[in-house]
Design a protein around this ligand. Structure first.
Ligand code: IPE
Ligand code: IPE
Ligand code: MG
Length: 246
């Protein structure tokens, strides 16, 4: 079972189009899949679920669609947070939230504060998030620390750099799912997914149910994660470990 699953929830617009509905009907329907995947993750013991809800690039969409997505986000927070809290879910939003309407920022802060001490599934919603934004903001903060004399540039290694990214306290994604058939990363968690297992599903997000999610998890279970080592090393870890120890 992956500890951390990250999902690009794609295909809402096409789902609606197939039904001659406005794209926003697909976004509304997609909220049901969020519920299903959150509950299934908790049931199966996934520790962290990171969902891509709105990318740094999604501002380029028609103004009306962006506005409806914001409204949907606000109403989803209003309607779902109580239930999430009852189910011990910790909710956190990652991304540049200063760009959101005040009302939304306020709701996000409230939901995070309410659920901060929960011990169940850690749900991260990526909103106005971009992998390049994340790396850039980390670089900016590192430079500020250097300029303030708090950090020696020589000490900046991968670990120090990563500690300035979003969610430094959580393990990196093990399984990276994209629904909707496209096979690209679209600027989702880039640095943190360097070693994630990728899984692309043809299923459009509003149709992505427990069974479709289960298939992704089963596929993951069959992968061999080598992290640069050889397959033999992974299959006989004790032997290799014993050799390494001499
Ligand atoms: C993903 O579905 C939801 C968001 C990006 C907010 P899309 O809206 O991208 O759906 P398609 O890709 O057009 O079908
Ligand atoms: C990625 O989907 C963003 C979210 C799912 C929130 P897009 O549909 O915006 O991605 P591209 O633009 O087709 O790559
Ligand atoms: Mg899309």
């Amino acid at each position: 079972m992956p500890r951390h699953v990250a999902i690009i929830m794609d295909g809402n617009g096409r789902w609606a189009k197939q039904r001659n509905l406005p794209r926003t009907a697909g976004h509304r329907e997609g909220v049901k899949s969020v519920r299903a995947v959150v509950e299934e993750s908790a049931r199966r013991g996934v520790e962290i679920l990171t969902l891509f809800a709105f990318s740094s690039e999604n501002w380029r969409r028609p103004r009306t669609e962006v506005n409806i997505l914001m409204e949907l986000f606000i109403s989803a927070l209003r309607n779902e947070v109580r239930r999430l809290h009852e189910n011990k879910v910790r909710l956190r939003v990652i991304g540049e939230r200063a760009a959101f309407p005040e009302r939304l920022q306020h709701r996000i802060a409230e939901a995070e504060a309410l659920t901060a001490d929960n011990t169940g599934l850690h749900l991260q919603v990526a909103a106005n998030y971009g992998g390049r934004w994340d790396i850039t903001q980390a670089a900016r903060r590192l430079i500020a620390e250097v300029q303030a004399g708090l950090l020696d540039p020589e000490s900046i290694d991968e670990r120090v750099f990563a500690s300035h990214l979003s969610f430094p306290d959580l393990p990196e994604p093990d399984l990276f799912i994209r629904t909707g058939g496209e096979q690209r990363l679209s600027n989702f968690v880039l640095w943190q997914s360097a070693y994630a297992e990728l899984y692309f599903s043809e299923v459009l997000w509003p149709d992505f149910d427990e069974a479709a999610y289960g298939q992704a998890l089963e596929d993951y279970a069959r992968r061999q994660r080598r992290f640069g080592r050889t397959g033999d090393q992974i299959e006989a870890p004790t032997l290799v470990g014993a050799r390494a120890r001499g």
